[in-house]
Design a protein. Structure first.
Ligand code: NAD
Ligand code: UDP
Length: 312
């Protein structure tokens, strides 16, 4: 059985990763400090003898007993609303936190997986974004606490690869959605669904011409799992996301239709440095791990809407 350490275990993606590895011949140690996570996301694992939970802020140095085959560093506030509310914690978790986890991985010669993001491309000047693109980031803007910390994390991860020969892999995750997102985390999917469910106006920031593509959580998990377990991918950086690109204005109409809501749309100011267009080139994931998203937006949204209906 492989032994896996997952930080951010009580979060949206981290909690699903715990399930995914537990379902696939692994013992999992999950760590979280609940800054944006929820115990409810992992409470079903309480009795699982292969799961251990440790409440810990990974920004502080800490020790763990035993060795790990895999360390997945997924702790970090990920919604713009969350990381703007916790700017210092966000900078720390993707600098001090990343170093702490890299050291733990290095001590037990574990494979290290860093949750990176499409945000390292900033407001991209090339489209779709390929892994070789260096990005267009405002280093002093409000979003820099997230973007620059993730860029630092990538740099630190690659130093451990070059200096210590540590087996590292970096998924650059594009917008992902699904059950266990927090209803109030401010991201567009939970915002629009929660508004549509109570027939409130959907809040479009700017004129809604900015684009995003939306990957369903189950698809993302397949990609992260494969990138984590397949041999010979040391040092690889890989985009993971959907290539079905929507204008936010049109995405609002999709949500209104799927929820069968009477909501209209209202326009609010565009947040500072909000990227105008975003869509991954996933050729590398297709060729190296044979990965591409399979879940239609229709099915993914149905499952997500049902989840939000049940918890609201
Ligand atoms: P989330 O906010 O739901 O989960 C993050 C988890 O990390 C939370 O449970 C939080 O409490 C925990 N955490 C934060 N700081 C911590 C610390 N110092 N010590 C211990 N735990 C801490 O976010 P998510 O959407 O699940 O994102 C998970 C990871 O994936 C993040 O690194 C994020 O940057 C990355 N990512 C997510 C997306 C997406 O669309 N969801 C896109 C790109 C990248
Ligand atoms: N957005 C919006 N209304 C909302 C929430 C978000 O128009 O209620 C827009 C936001 O400005 C951005 C896109 O939707 O252009 C995606 O936002 P999200 O916060 O989900 O993630 P981002 O891709 O910005 O990290």
């Amino acid at each position: 059985m492989r032994k896996v350490l997952i930080t951010g275990a009580a979060g949206f993606i981290g909690s699903h990763l715990c399930d995914k590895f537990l379902d696939n011949d692994s013992k999992v140690v999950g760590i979280d400090n609940f800054i944006t996570g929820d115990w409810g996301n992992i409470s079903h694992l309480q009795e699982n003898k292969n799961f251990q939970f440790i409440e810990q802020d990974v920004n502080n140095s800490f020790e763990l007993s035993g060795k790990f085959d895999l360390v997945l560093h997924f702790a970090c506030p990920a919604s713009p609303v969350d990381y703007l509310k916790h700017p210092i914690e966000t900078l720390k978790v993707d600098s001090l936190g990343t170093f702490n986890l890299l050291e733990i991985a290095n001590e037990s010669n574990s494979r290290f997986i860093l949750a990176s993001t499409s945000e390292i491309y900033g407001d991209p000047l090339i489209h779709p974004q390929i892994e070789e693109y260096w990005g267009n980031v405002n280093s002093v803007g409000i979003r820099s606490v997230y973007d620059e910390a993730k860029r630092f994390s990538e740099a630190a991860t690659m130093v451990f690869y070059r200096e210590y020969d540590l087996d590292v892999r970096i998924p650059r995750i594009f917008n992902t959605y699904g059950p266990r997102m927090q209803l109030g985390d401010g991201r567009v999917v939970p915002n629009f669904i929660s508004q549509a469910l109570v027939n409130e106006d959907l809040t479009i920031y700017g004129d809604g011409s900015q684009t995003r593509s939306f990957c369903y959580i189950e698809d993302l998990l397949e990609g992260i799992f494969d990138l984590s377990v397949i041999k010979g991918l040391d040092g690889e950086v890989m985009n993971l996301g959907s290539q079905e690109e929507y204008r936010i204005l049109d995405f609002a109409d999709v949500i209104i239709e799927k929820v069968e809501s009477k909501s209209k749309k209202k326009f609010l100011p565009l947040p500072e440095d909000d990227p105008k267009q975003r869509c991954p080139d996933i050729s590398k994931a297709q060729s190296l791990i044979g990965w591409e998203p399979k879940t239609s937006l229709e099915l993914g949204l149905k499952k997500t809407i049902d989840y939000f209906k049940n918890i609201s």
